[in-house]
Design a protein around this ligand. Sequence first.
Ligand SMILES: C[S@@+](CC[C@H](N)C(=O)[O-])C[C@H]1O[C@@H](n2cnc3c(N)ncnc32)[C@H](O)[C@@H]1O
Length: 211
Amino acid sequence: MSDLFKEKAQEWDSRPISLLISEQIGKALLEQVSMGAEMSVMDFGAGTGLICTQVAPKVKRVVAVDISDAMLQKLAQKTEQTDNVVSVCQDILSQPLNERFDLIISAMALHHVQDTDALLKRLFEHLAPNGSVALADLDHEDGHFHPLDVEGVYHHGFERAVLQQQLEQAGFHDIHFTTAAKINKEGRKYPVFLGHCKKGLMPHFQDEPEH
Ligand SMILES: C[S@@+](CC[C@H](N)C(=O)[O-])C[C@H]1O[C@@H](n2cnc3c(N)ncnc32)[C@H](O)[C@@H]1O
């Protein structure tokens, strides 16, 4: 699989828009999602770690999952002095981790995964019984956020009501959405949602990662 973020990784952390989005999402996450010193957290689509480096000081351990080696290399440079952030370059949709988490966070990565239902099911399977997920991404937009020819963008944001149904279908409950960020880009406004929900305990949902 080619690394679609290989070039972008070099300047990701100096792009004002990356910094703005991650600052606002990070603030919303820390304000709205309870975190504790014993928690283990997965950051799905962690990239260069703009979000998980904000979360790491509050929790026991962060596993930063991404399919871009270039993005994770940038994260590794930042976390050399940190012993509670581990990077995993792996597509958990095809190869799950053998670990469960108290919290899974994800920022601006959902729209890069074609099969949202499969991803939500996979995240559900990676949660400990009382775990929760906090997902931030664009609200549905008209397709102008990314350049037209960009590869690997499968969704022009998400309708909250539709995503809520998909989360319920995957087994999540107590689903709440807030607006985590409001991005101005080239004269257009793009709200970013933060959806937080808990792992339901319905017995008919398989919750063991498949190997
Ligand atoms: C827009 S970037 C966001 C990075 C970071 N979360 C942030 O807020 O700065 C999206 C990230 O999702 C990653 N990604 C895309 N598809 C993925 C997949 N199937 N599994 C894990 N990460 C994926 C990309 O490699 C990229 O690093």
